[in-house]
Design a protein around this ligand. Structure first.
Ligand code: A2P
Length: 318
């Protein structure tokens, strides 16, 4: 299975990341340290998670060189106005103690009015181009290497300078979004799966799905590893969140530990560093895919529900 995907910029994004949404202060740093020791090289965070400073400190303490790391953050809804974007990004860069992000996403396809955390800015929401153009400018300036979107259901072709590199959406057994996945593959847009084991309350249920248990048993892996492999095999980036050390390790099984040493040893470690996710045999993969896609989605994130917005207004503009 692919350890990385290549984005339109030519950058290689690692297939599995540590997600840090709802990873609280006082625990997220330890989770990041465990992840980096285990071999993760991709951390998926966001300004709104409120834990970037602790994530940044853990990264600095790990000693993993910046050029071996993939750092993603997200622009929050009340910073969409072009003049607010660079200051918001700078805050994230300072907190993460880095000069650039590998990937910066527009967190939600909705903009809030300045200073508010729930009042919709209808104009900025209906016309995301000024926001996107500012992000393109920041790519050209070198502060961000790739830009993308999140929670978008349909994109229409548009002449953008830098096309969105990824679309981060909820993808799991209960909400596998096969049409979106097909469309994205056909249109060269990489999907990133958040809540890949199911949203928090569903994890237990997802790990007990008979098809998942069958794979785990036959391949001698855990149910969580079966689901993570399924996502990678579907061709998406996977962002499992955990603050439990044993789970952080479990979700990234099979990776060489890197011992940070000097000189040649360092170069060898870089060359050897690769992800080995168990490939599911076709029949088992198909069985799980069929089970996941044959029930109606149980939970679909829809901004229109949350903010009284007609989703199509936004879709037309993309
Ligand atoms: P924890 O962080 O306490 O280890 P999300 O929807 O944000 O991806 O949430 C993932 C949820 O799944 C978290 O509650 C996390 O708990 C839990 N989790 C992560 N990895 C595993 C695993 N391998 N086995 C069981 N639960 C897991």
């Amino acid at each position: 299975l692919p350890s990385h995907h290549i984005l339109p910029s030519g950058d290689k994004i690692p297939s599995v990341a540590l997600g840090v949404w709802q990873a609280g202060k006082g625990e997220v740093g330890a989770a990041v340290q465990t992840a980096l020791k285990t071999g993760y090289r991709h951390i998926d965070g966001a300004w709104i998670y409120g834990n970037e400073e602790e994530v940044g400190k853990a990264i600095s303490a790990s000693g993993v060189p910046r050029d071996q790391l993939w750092l993603t953050s997200k622009l929050w809804n009340n910073f969409h106005a072009p003049e607010d974007i660079e200051p918001a990004l700078d805050e994230t860069l300072t907190r993460l103690n880095t000069e650039y992000l590998d990937l910066y996403l527009i967190h939600w396809p909705i903009a809030f009015k300045k200073g508010s955390n729930n009042v919709l800015d209808k104009e900025l929401t209906a016309n995301p181009y000024p926001t996107w153009q500012k992000l393109e400018e920041l790519v050209d300036k070198g502060k961000i290497r790739n830009i993308g979107i999140s929670k978008i259901k349909n994109l229409t072709a548009n002449p953008l300078k830098h096309k969105p590199a990824v679309n981060q959406v909820e993808l799991n057994y209960f909400n596998p979004q096969p049409e979106l996945l097909k469309w994205s593959k056909e249109n060269g847009l990489l999907l990133e799966a958040y809540s890949p084991l199911g949203s928090t309350k569903q994890v237990k249920e997802a790990l007990s799905v008979p098809e998942v248990k069958e794979i785990a048993k036959k391949l001698d892996i855990t149910p969580a590893q079966a689901l993570i492999s399924w996502h990678v095999q579907r061709g998406t980036i996977v962002l499992p969140k955990s603050v439990t050390p044993s789970r952080v390790q479990e979700n990234f099984q099979g990776l060489f530990h890197i011992f940070l040493t000097y000189g040649m040893a360092m170069e060898c470690a870089k060359l050897m560093w690769r992800l080995i996710v168990v490939t599911l045999p076709d029949d088992l993969f198909d069985k799980l895919e069929k089970a996941a896609t044959s029930h109606p989605p149980q939970r679909v994130v829809n901004p229109s529900k949350n903010w009284g917005l007609d989703f199509d207004v936004f879709d037309e503009n993309w």
